[in-house]
Design a binder for this molecule. Structure first.
Ligand SMILES: Cc1ncc(COP(=O)(O)O)c(C=O)c1O
Length: 396
């Protein structure tokens, strides 16, 4: 048994100590088991393993010791009974939804979703006979009104991408559970450090581990967490039979990423909060959204369900698209990239990149104006970052 299983240690401790499967060599750091398969002592052991009577490994598409260490460490961090790792965040989202539904079922989702998640809900689910309804996630009545007798799952992302609106997870879970539906929450923007959807009633939490869990821009990955029953009923077999599995190498990188996640995310959040305060009253910034500020549109929900703000800031630069482009192009430290959660500060113009597929009226409905940028705050010195942003705003 690992040390953390024996006591209820705090997250920082669990992130360096939990889930370790130490080999006979007694290595300090987690071993990288770069193997496709496993050998058996004899025929009887192979038979027992395939019958599920012997607990060892069979094949790395569905279980590998390095991947298992990551799954156990993430489960300990999130306070979940079980976890499964996937090749990307999108594999995690797709599996968490597709694993639950059958033709004839119905899914309700918040319309403020990462573009590919929206694509899965709007384009792929209907291809398999699963209908979907999109709602304004901050309007609880819309969730209630969307429920049908065949509603199987609710899906949301909060804070939302890119305008950082916050959905009341506990209230939405209550509506879902009264309707007999399960709730999946994409917790990428908050990280398990600042928000615990399972404790608020969610049945499943998904991550793009590509973001803060790696945090240093190296590899892609995804995680699905929930009760043992949820994972067994909806995720385990689907993952095993269809194979969007995580590579042991990526699991090893992400395990090491988890060790430093609290230090990185805390620093990035502090820098983002300070920068948000500086920018909120800047004459070249016409609107700013940052969870934790008293002027956030759902400040009361933020206070109830989040332990801190975010490493991301959304703000609107005056002058529309031209103003936003001039500002982005004048930045020297902050680089233009659609990624987020990295040690390096990254900025994106959602209207022309991540959300360009949407019609202008859909973007307007989501609050994505032509001047809006999304800044992912990294680990640079807060003063260097502030100087870079303020200098660039002078050019607008
Ligand atoms: C909120 C959110 N969910 C899911 C994903 C998908 O993750 P990945 O790129 O690892 O597939 C992303 C980012 O790409 C995201 O921002």
């Amino acid at each position: 048994m690992s040390a953390s299983a024996a006591r209820n240690y705090r997250p920082e401790t669990r992130l360096v100590q939990s889930g370790i499967l130490r080999s006979q060599f007694g290595e300090t750091s987690e071993a990288l088991f770069l193997t496709q398969g496993y050998v058996y002592e004899n025929s009887a052991q192979a038979e027992a393993r395939f019958k599920g009577e012997d607990p060892g490994y069979q094949y790395s598409r569905f279980a590998n010791p390095t991947v298992a260490m990551l799954e156990q460490r993430m489960a300990a961090f999130e306070g979940a009974e079980a976890a499964r790792a996937t090749a990307t965040g999108m594999a995690a989202v797709t599996l968490a939804l597709m694993g639950q539904v059958r033709a004839g079922d119905h899914v309700v989702a918040s319309k403020a979703l990462f573009g590919s998640c929206l694509y899965v809900v709007e384009e792929y689910l209907p291809r398999y006979g699963v209908t979907s309804t999109l709602v304004n996630g901050t309007d609880l009545q819309q969730w209630r009104d969307a429920v049908r007798p065949n509603t199987k799952a609710f899906f949301m992302e909060t804070p939302t991408n890119p305008v950082l609106e916050v959905i009341d997870i506990a209230a939405v879970c209550k509506i879902a559970h009264e309707a007999g539906a399960k709730v999946v929450v994409d917790n990428v923007f908050s990280t398990p450090l600042w928000q615990s959807p399972l404790a608020l009633g969610a049945d499943c939490v998904v991550y793009s581990a590509t973001k803060h869990i790696d945090g240093q821009g190296r590899c892609l990955g995804g995680i699905i967490l929930g009760s043992e029953k949820f994972i067994q009923d909806n995720v385990h077999i689907y993952l095993r039979q269809t194979g969007p599995s995580m590579s042991p190498f990526n699991a090893w990188v992400l395990l090491k990423g988890l060790e430093t996640l609290p230090v990185r995310v805390r620093q990035q959040t502090d820098t983002a909060a300070a920068l948000a305060s500086t920018l909120a009253s800047h004459p070249k910034v016409s609107r700013l959204i940052y969870p934790g500020r008293p002027d956030h549109p759902q400040a009361d929900v933020v206070a109830r369900q989040m332990r801190a703000g975010s490493t991301l800031i959304a703000f609107e630069v005056v002058g529309g698209k031209q103003g936003a482009f001039r500002f982005q192009d004048a930045l020297k430290l902050v680089r233009i990239s659609n990624n987020l959660g990295d040690a390096k500060s990254l900025i994106t113009h959602p209207a022309t990149t991540t959300h360009q597929r949407l019609k202008p009226e859909q973007r307007a409905e989501l609050g994505i104006s032509d001047g809006m940028v999304r800044l992912s705050v990294g680990l640079e010195h807060p003063d260097d970052l502030a100087e870079d942003v303020l200098d660039a705003l002078k050019t607008v």
